[in-house]
Ligand binder design. Structure first.
Ligand SMILES: [Fe+2]
Length: 147
């Protein structure tokens, strides 16, 4: 027996900005199975805007910290945005869109992306964040003539 709906599994990274962005995206995603046909274009538009904002944020974090997996991770984001834009185009051409199919596809993508891409990024960001104060201490000591 297979599940009728996809799994919505939210990971917590203990990074407030990243967690907030993920919670917001998952909240929007969670409304997809219940959306009416008339509200679907608006919800899809919100998902696209939210995904762009949330991906831009992650990509800024990667660039600022010199994350080595930046380009590959960015390509994953671009792939999802392409899927969302394709759905948006279909709606523009009056092609009926099955919200449950979209929901399943996005949940699967999100689950895989969280585990394979965002989890390692969060680990890296926490590591970088934890080492920053110590680097600053070393710099402060050097400037003060302590080294
Ligand atoms: Fe990501």
């Amino acid at each position: 027996m297979t599940d009728m709906t996809a799994t919505l599994r939210l990971q917590h990274y203990n990074l407030p900005a990243m967690d907030r962005a993920h919670h917001h995206f998952m909240a929007l995603l969670g409304t997809l199975p219940m959306v009416s046909k008339t509200a679907l274009p608006c919800l899809l538009n919100s998902l696209i805007l939210n995904a762009r904002e949330h991906f831009d944020q992650e990509e800024r974090f990667m660039q600022v910290t010199g994350y080595p997996g930046y380009e590959s991770h960015r390509q994953q984001h671009q792939a999802l945005l392409k899927i969302l834009d394709d759905y948006h185009q279909e709606l523009q051409h009056q092609t009926p869109l099955d919200a449950l199919t979209l929901h399943s596809q996005l949940c699967l993508w999100q689950d895989e992306h969280q585990q394979g891409w965002d989890g390692p990024l969060a680990d890296y960001l926490r590591f970088t964040q934890n080492w920053q104060p110590r680097e600053q201490v070393v710099l402060d000591l050097a400037v003060a003539g302590g080294c």
